[in-house]
Write a protein that binds this ligand. Structure first.
Ligand code: PHE
Ligand code: NA
Length: 519
């Protein structure tokens, strides 16, 4: 019954895979958006606080949990959290924690990918349009709308992306994912660095009043007044961004960590993942979209707004910054660059594509592992089942206006909720001493003692703040039937799946309500 589980072949492969998992559209699109919409330098203060008090602790928790589940042959949250919870509660109670965690992870990996993959697909399309110069000489906003309403084209670029994902995941962890990320991630960093080199020499390309420096200043000057006036909103945005960007609260860090050996380091590797992501976010992500947008402000901000002054123009950029920004305003920048803009634009969108692809691969693998390990479906077959699931789950994103935003609000809420389960199950129920011991098993570094209370108390308390904040927004938000149905269906399937997968292997102990299986 025990079959040998796939494991990461090399340390560098593992680290790049984890970095690829974390580094995504969040770093290059979502981060600048959040910064722009939350007062620039005002955002950065709570951002770093959330990184140290929440991001790093939860990252360690997920690595520990993942490696622990892997020892028992599990790469999904249901069984893993069942096992951890039963360290302090009876199997029947642990069962409930397993079911809820597994349900949340399943629903997240499906729902989030329903739109994430589409955005990755847009990036593929726009890499191509940049090379061919398709949007040059056109209004980029109109071009984007007409792209989105050409369903055939949208599905084509989505399809190319997801077929490649299916191939990579079908090849397995060490022979597939690891090999793909070893090519994509270095290219991603190289592209970003080349582009930033160009940004640094850009100065004031269109108007002496507007320079890249304005953009950097906007991000790096702490804006205490703004922070004071919008404290709750900025805190919420900052914690949300930390979760999103580090891929926490989803089950996919655990899934990747489950392919470690039982004595492989998690402490330093977890920290390395955080560092690589933050470098790609704060340094690389922070040096592209915003400085470019400010330097080219006269080309993208409407003249009426420009006349009102710099602050107004900057806040216009902030408002406009959003998902569409990369696909509407930035193309304007590329067009203004002339011929080099084609190469620059292609690099930008290819960078987004790599970033999104290597994150999507982790969510994809979660579901492939679920089918493979929980339900005994062959990996190659399973990856195509996942393909069909994604195809169906992604259709409402294409055809129903507003669907994506409604689902996204619930995704953010569930990410935070699942992170709270991380602390409750993988630290508290697993027992803090066990957790600390696991964290240091085979570790290449010692986590200082004073960090313990941060993991044990501060992180969960801080998690409650955004959770409560989000509940209030969700209660007030409109949720139309398509989104409501999708979310409920995913919960039901996720709960049934976890119920079944835990019961299948641990049915006997559940019946006796005593722990039997131990490795
Ligand atoms: N961390 C990814 C990013 O920054 C997003 C992501 C979140 C991917 C959760 C998978 C799971 O884009
Ligand atoms: Na990220």
């Amino acid at each position: 019954m025990e079959q040998a589980r796939d494991q990461w072949a090399t340390k560098i492969g593992l680290i790049l895979a984890m970095a690829g998992n974390a580094v995504g559209l969040g770093n290059f699109v979502r981060f600048p958006t959040q910064v722009a919409q939350n007062g620039g330098g005002a955002f950065m203060v709570p951002y770093f606080v959330a990184l140290f008090l929440l991001g790093i602790p939860v990252m360690w928790i997920e690595w520990v949990a993942g490696r622990y589940g892997g020892k028992y042959g599990h790469g999904t949250l249901g069984p893993t959290y069942y096992l951890m919870a039963r360290e302090s509660v009876k199997p029947k109670t642990a069962f409930i924690f397993g079911i809820i965690s597994g349900m949340l992870a399943f629903s997240l990996t499906v729902l989030m990918n329903s739109y994430y993959l589409h955005i990755v697909g847009w990036s593929a399309a726009y890499s191509y349009f940049s090379v061919t110069g398709a949007y040059f000489g056109q209004n980029p906003g109109d071009f984007f709308s007409s792209y989105l309403s050409n369903y055939g084209q949208v599905m084509l670029f989505w399809g190319v992306t997801v077929v490649l994902l299916a191939i990579a995941v079908g090849q397995g962890v060490s022979k597939g994912i690891e090999r793909w990320v070893k090519v994509m991630m270095p290219l991603l960093y190289v592209f970003a660095i080349i582009m930033i080199g160009y940004v640094f020499v850009l100065g004031s390309p269109v108007d002496p009043n507007w320079s890249t420096i304005d953009g950097f200043r906007f991000i790096w000057t702490p804006n205490w007044a703004y922070l004071k006036d919008h404290f709750a909103a900025v805190m919420l945005a900052a914690t949300g961004q930390i979760f999103f960007t580090l891929s926490l609260g989803m089950g996919i860090i655990q899934n990747y960590a489950s392919y470690l050996g039982p004595d492989d380091d998690v402490a330093l590797s977890g920290l390395a993942t955080v560092s690589l992501n933050e470098f790609a976010e704060v340094v690389l992500g922070g040096s592209l979209a915003i400085p470019l947008a400010t330097a080219y402000a006269p080309k993208i901000v409407p003249p009426e707004v420009l006349q009102q002054g710099k602050t107004e123009a900057l806040s216009w950029i902030g408002e406009e910054f959003g998902l569409g920004f990369s696909y509407t305003s930035l193309p304007n920048v590329f067009v203004s660059m002339g011929d080099i803009g084609r190469i620059f634009g292609a690099m930008w969108f290819l960078l987004l594509w790599f970033a999104g692809f290597t994150s999507a691969i982790a969510m994809y693998n979660y579901l492939a592992a679920l089918l493979e390990e929980d339900l005994n479906i062959n990996r190659k077959v399973g990856t195509w089942i996942v393909f069909v699931i994604y195809l169906i789950a992604g259709l409402p994103v294409v055809f129903i206006d507003g669907y994506m935003d409604q689902v996204d609000a619930w995704v953010s809420f569930q990410l935070t909720l699942l992170a709270l389960f991380d602390v409750i199950v993988a630290v508290w129920l697993f027992k803090p001493d066990n957790f600390w011991e696991e964290l240091h098993k085979g570790a290449y570094m010692k986590v200082p003692e004073w960090y313990k209370p941060i993991i044990l108390y501060i992180a969960p308390i801080l998690l409650l703040i955004p959770l409560v904040g989000m509940v209030t927004t969700l209660v007030g938000a409109t949720l139309e039937w398509p989104a409501r149905i999708a979310i409920i269906i995913m919960w039901i399937i996720g709960a049934v799946e976890s119920y079944y997968s835990i019961k299948k292997k641990y049915g006997e102990e559940l019946e006796k309500n005593e722990v039997i299986i131990k490795v």
